[in-house]
Ligand binder design. Sequence first.
Ligand SMILES: Nc1ncnc2c1ncn2[C@@H]1O[C@H](COP(=O)(O)OP(=O)(O)O)[C@@H](O)[C@H]1O
Ligand SMILES: [Mg+2]
Length: 229
Amino acid sequence: MESRTVIEVENLTKDFHSESGDIVHALSGVSFSVKEGEFLAVEGPSGGGKSTLLAILGLLDKPSSGTYRLSGISVNELSFSQQAQLRNEAIGFVFQSFNLIGHLNVLKNVIVPLEYSRQIPKKHHVQLAFSMLEEVGLADRAEHMPHQLSGGQQQRVAIARALVTSPAVLLADEPTGNLDSRNADAIVNLLGRINEAGSTVIVVTHDQSVASSASRRLQIRDGLVWENA
Ligand SMILES: Nc1ncnc2c1ncn2[C@@H]1O[C@H](COP(=O)(O)OP(=O)(O)O)[C@@H](O)[C@H]1O
Ligand SMILES: [Mg+2]
C-alpha cells in the first residue's frame, strides 16, 4: 500500500530582520515531503534554521516565500482563522520547555486543546484526556499541578496534550533538551511508541538516541536541507 503524503514543502524561505537592520536568511529554499507514518529526525548546528522550519510546519509562523501543503491542503491559501483551525486539528506541538499552564492541573492542561476543537463533544473531554494520560503513564498524576512533577513527567504531559486531538502530525522541537538522560530515554521510547501506533512524528534533536530511532534523518545547515543516506 502506498502511504499518503502528509507534508509537502517547496522552496520555503524565511527572512528575519534583526534589530541592527540586517536581514537573516533563516531558510534559503527548503523542499521535502513527509509520508504518513514516518518518524523524521531533523538535525544540524545551532542557528541552522531547525526551529524556524518547525514553527512553519506547525503553523506558528509563515514562510517569506514558498508553498506548504498539509494533509493535501494548501496552507498559503487559508485565512488566519482557517489556519488556526487546521493547526488545532492537524498539529500537535511539543516544545523543549514543556509550556504547561502553571495554574491548571495536569488533566486540565490536557483538556485545553479539546476546548478549541469543533469536532469533539464536551462530554468526552475528561475521558479522552484521561486515557491520553494513561498512555503516557501519568494517570495517577491527573490532579497534580505541573510544578509538582519532574521535567520528564511534565514533558510526558505536554506530549499527551499534543496528541489528545489525534493530530495528523506530532512536531517536537528538542523535546529532550531540558531533560537528564534517564528522562530523555523515556521520552524517546514514548515517541517511538506513538510512531508505531501510526502517528507521523517530526522531531528536531541534537540527541543521537532520538535521531537513531528515527526512520529518516534530515540535516539543516545555513537554511538548507540535506537528506542523510
Ligand atoms: N525571531 C527572529 N528574529 C530574528 N532572527 C531570528 C529569529 N528567529 C530565528 N532567527 C535567526 O534565524 C536563524 C535560524 O534560527 P533557528 O531556526 O532558531 O535555528 P536552530 O533552531 O537550528 O538553532 C538564526 O540565525 C537565528 O538567529
Ligand atoms: Mg532551535
